[in-house]
Design a binder for this molecule. Structure first.
Ligand SMILES: *Cc1c(COP(=O)(O)O)cnc(C)c1O
Length: 452
């Protein structure tokens, strides 16, 4: 016997409203430790990264370097600024190119542009959702200086594959680990796998602060010193009793605040415990979902661990027994059906990054950096077939599963998926009657100003 009809079509919701209480799914988890630490900063009068000695920022930097396994770590205002500084500190010059995966958060592409570096997009591996090393190799050109390896959704990239490409072409390997704190690759932590690594401490990430923050890890002493300069107007503050007001190179202000660092230190003390609980909760859910035909749960190759920052599920209409419907239509109906049951699935990224209007128009800064590289290529979504396929046939779960107490909610979600799968025929009927158009064909994405 199948359960009641789908909530989308008037049946009872699988999950009653308000079941996902703040105790179960609130993120970040805030305890008395955070309250005490933040108030402690307020009372200390030491609010910035510039305080000498054992300020909260310096303590976080030391603890994070030790945790990741690098010689150095530096607190930065946010993850995007951390990526920009990573490029500058590593010596990626204006007019050069970096390889960026076609599926990522916009920050990965905007950071190079802000440094007048051209992002060259590379398709992903359809199972891991991270940059495909073979596609990266094919994309290397005479101006390519670095690879930005994004450990998307919390899964480390194929770093051996990317390292081989980097070594063969003399490229730097920069990690964008904003989504992958505490993940391992061949026994080493993310952040210690490339030449330099950027993390975000944004409130939604696995290692959050109460707002915005970032960190940069490197083993290289010179690079680290340059990072410290680049976050503070090009000045050298370290080892100086008094500020000398000499800007040794052009740089803005991208320091981390002490309040942010104090909050994150409390989270860092519980990072492993939370990761272990999340790992259990998520795996229990994925094991159930693996039994559903045509539902592809996130892969995790045996040489790495997954931080489970975002859970992405792909849907294979044929294996679901659905024919005559576009995967994008099936995905759209599943999104409505699952949400109606109480599962907060949503897309994460609507289009390949190069389809973002901000990049496609090549307007940049008066046409730069593309004018520097004389780059007039017209990007097409079809250049990134795996990215397109993944975007069209998948949905994600975000943030709520990060709470270590979310186990019961994930069980509810699994139950709701099972219910929707029992009603695949109703999903198929709805999907067949839908006209699917890719998001990036919509008026918000296209622009008359794209150069021909
Ligand atoms: C969040 C994120 C960033 C940017 O971090 P912010 O702290 O929000 O600036 C960069 N890259 C990826 C992959 C991210 O998910």
């Amino acid at each position: 016997m199948t359960a009641d009809k789908l909530a989308l079509f008037g049946g009872t919701r699988a999950i009653p409203p308000r079941r996902a209480s703040r105790d179960l799914v609130g993120w970040p988890v805030i305890t008395d430790a955070e309250r005490k630490a933040v108030l402690g900063v307020l009372d200390s009068g030491r609010y910035t990264s510039n305080s000498t000695g054992n300020g909260e920022v310096q303590l976080l930097e030391r603890e994070w370097a030790a945790y990741v396994g690098t010689a150095h770590a530096a607190g930065i205002a946010n993850g995007t600024a951390a990526l920009e500084i990573a490029l500058a500190a590593a010596g990626v010059e204006p007019g050069s190119e970096v390889l960026v995966p076609a599926l990522s958060f916009i920050a990965t592409a905007v950071a190079p542009v802000h440094r007048l570096v051209v992002p060259r997009f590379v398709d992903i591996d359809p199972d891991t959702f991270t940059m495909d090393p073979a596609a990266a190799r094919a994309a290397v050109g005479p101006r390519t200086r670095a690879i930005i390896a994004v450990h998307l959704h919390g899964l480390p990239c194929d770093m051996a594959g990317l390292r081989a490409v980097a070594d063969d072409h003399g490229l730097l390997l920069i990690e964008d680990a904003a989504q992958a704190h505490a993940a391992h690759y061949r026994g080493r932590r993310t952040g210690s796998l490339g030449d330099i690594a950027a993390f975000s401490l944004n409130v939604v990430k696995n290692l959050p602060t109460c707002g915005e923050g970032g960190l940069l890890n490197t083993d290289d002493e010179q690079t680290h010193r340059r990072i410290l300069r680049l976050r503070q107007f090009g000045e050298d503050l370290e080892g100086r009793r008094e500020r000398d007001y000499i800007s040794r190179e052009l740089a803005g202000n991208a320091k981390l605040s002490a309040m942010q660092a104090a909050f994150t230190r409390c989270q860092l003390a519980r990072l492993d415990e939370y990761h272990a609980a999340r790992d259990r909760n998520v795996r229990a859910m994925l094991t159930r979902l693996d039994a559903l035909p045509g539902l592809r749960t996130p892969a995790c190759p045996p040489d790495r661990t997954h931080a489970w920052h975002i859970l992405r599920f792909r849907f294979d209409p044929a294996a679901m027994g659905i024919d005559g419907a576009h995967p994008g239509a099936v995905r759209a109906v599943l999104q409505r059906a699952l949400r109606a049951e109480g599962v907060p699935v949503s897309p994460y990224q609507l289009a390949p990054l190069p389809m973002q209007r901000a990049l496609r128009t090549r307007e940049g800064f008066g046409g730069y950096p593309w004018l520097l590289a004389d780059d007039r290529r017209q990007e097409e979504a079809a250049d990134y077939p795996h990215t397109v396929a993944v975007l069209e046939d998948s949905l994600t779960l975000q943030r709520l599963h990060l709470n270590p107490n979310a186990g019961p909610v994930l069980r509810d979600w699994a139950g709701a998926f099972e219910k929707v799968w029992e009603h695949r025929d109703a999903v198929a009927t709805a999907a067949r009657s839908m006209v699917y158009t890719p998001a990036w064909h919509g008026p918000d994405w296209t622009s008359a100003e794209v150069p021909g």
